[in-house]
Write a protein of this length. Structure first.
Length: 479
């Protein structure tokens, strides 16, 4: 194959940019449905996704790109309420494009110099928000591929704290036990599996009527563990549970953790950004009492997936826990050694996700994210008020954060299974009609419609349209 000149490369890149511009124009038209993908078996028949021996021309590739965008849900729209992310952060999108262009990796300062310094500044600011750098404490952290990995490392740090020899010698007959609430994210089970703790040794602690971990139930579970001669090593609290947005009580659980020398981790993947807001940060005012903290920038900060971080109060803990190998050829003991973030990570190659987060934070500042939180909380309050004023709608749990869990409940239906099927069908009917795009979820035996408010494009009119449609479809289905 002949070597391409820089001129040829520039020409090819320009052609790609033209394809991108046309794709963006197709992506942005007014009136585009939020969701328009048919069932998987049907879509599979519509598309030619085969890969062959010979390559294809640019027209074929562009057609595939257009199909990809056409059928993917439009998460930028105000009526995308399905998941814990929506909206579009134009500065972060630009950063994502540049990151792909440069293709930097984050082993060492040498191969990602600017991205390394950006990541270190992000970690400093995140730790400042959480409160880990109080009293001059040089807290640390590292960006990771999602909140699940951040929670995995949090549990790994806890294991290293309780049993430092586990890293080199394994369990040595010890049974380690971890605790999360019965509303915690399923990444806790994944972490217990990957780390060899065993999912049976991940205890689901009972929650109160609002979905918050009960400290008395936590203390009781720890006593049961000790009575068996096992080692309690990890308490995972949640700041913003997936279904209801509940915040576990940090201060009370911290007292229990300190009494037994148990690592305290907070999964703030969804609810962490509340710390930007002076008005609402009281929901997480005791975050500084934890030992580690997970935060997803690709959720409420609207950075393109994925961008997350694990923050750690104790400096040096990440390297002690996660490092291993690479010193012969990669992690040189030179003047940049303190800037080599790879030894803090469980990954080898690691994408430079810092740029897209840094650009968006630089562009709008803390105040921009604070304004976003405050606005969305106002919209949440308005949404709950509208639900409570409609006789056929019912809140299933108070909405402390940006999750609204409610259901359609006509007077003539009281059977829980019938109500469950009715509300699931309402969600699916709206999806098939192009939106609004919501999901359903179960909470303490009752199933409802889960509405996530993460996009500042949402207005009172959007919420009224959603609730009107829920009622209209519900009436038609239950008549």
């Amino acid at each position: 194959m002949m070597r391409r000149s820089r001129t040829d490369e520039a020409r090819a890149m320009q052609e790609n940019l033209e394809i991108l511009i046309r794709a963006v124009n197709e992506w942005l038209p007014e009136g585009r449905p939020v969701v328009q993908a048919p069932p998987a078996a049907e879509l599979e028949q519509k598309l030619d996704l085969t890969l062959g021996q010979q390559g294809s021309d640019r027209e074929t590739l562009e057609s595939a790109i257009q199909s990809y965008l056409h059928y993917n849900p439009d998460v930028s729209q105000a009526e995308f309420y399905k998941l814990l992310y929506s909206g579009q952060n134009k500065y972060a999108v630009l950063g994502d494009w540049i990151t792909s262009l440069s293709n930097a990796t984050m082993h060492t300062y040498q191969v990602g110099p600017v991205a390394t310094l950006m990541e270190m500044e992000l970690i400093r600011k995140w730790n400042e928000l959480v409160g880990f750098n109080q009293d001059g404490n040089p807290a640390e952290g590292v960006m990771v591929a999602g909140g699940s990995q951040a929670n995995l490392i949090g549990m790994m740090l806890a294991r290293h704290h309780a049993c430092p020899d586990y890293k080199t010698q394994g369990a040595n007959g010890k049974t380690l036990v971890a605790y999360v609430s019965d509303q915690a994210h399923y990444s806790g089970q994944k972490a217990a599996n990957v780390l060899g703790i065993g999912t049976d040794n991940l205890i689901a602690v009972a929650t109160d009527e609002n979905g918050r971990m009960r400290p008395d139930a936590l203390a009781e579970e720890i006593e049961k563990t000790l009575a068996k001669g096992h080692v309690p090593f990890f308490i995972g609290l949640t700041a913003g549970t997936t279904v209801t947005g509940a915040y576990d009580p940090v201060a009370a659980c911290s007292e229990i953790a300190k009494a037994h020398d148990i690592w305290l981790h907070i999964d703030g993947a969804w609810g962490g950004p509340i710390l930007f807001s002076e008005t609402h940060r009281h929901l997480l005012e005791d975050s500084h009492l934890a030992d580690s903290f997970a935060w997803d920038a690709h959720k409420l900060m609207n950075v393109p997936i994925t961008a997350a971080v694990i923050l750690v109060k104790q400096p040096g803990a990440l390297k002690a826990c996660c490092s291993g190998g690479g010193g012969d050829y990669l992690f040189h003991a030179d003047e940049n050694a303190d800037y080599n973030l790879g030894e803090r990570s469980i990954q080898c190659g690691r994408r430079a996700d810092a740029l897209k987060v840094w650009l968006s934070w630089k562009a709008i500042g803390n105040q921009g994210f604070s304004d976003k939180i405050d606005y969305l909380q106002t919209m949440k309050t308005e949404c709950v008020l509208q639900i409570e004023q409609r006789e056929s709608l019912e809140m299933l749990v108070p909405a402390s954060y940006l999750n609204v869990l409610f259901r359609y409940k006509p007077e003539h239906i009281s059977d829980e299974e019938e109500l469950r099927q009715l509300n699931i069908t309402i969600c699916k009917t709206m999806m098939r009609s192009g939106g609004p795009y919501v999901d359903y979820a179960q909470y303490k035996g009752r199933t409802g419609i889960r509405l996530i408010l993460a996009n500042t494009e949402v207005t009172q009119a959007h919420l009224e349209r959603l609730l009107d449609k829920v009622e209209r479809i519900g009436q038609e289905l239950s008549a």
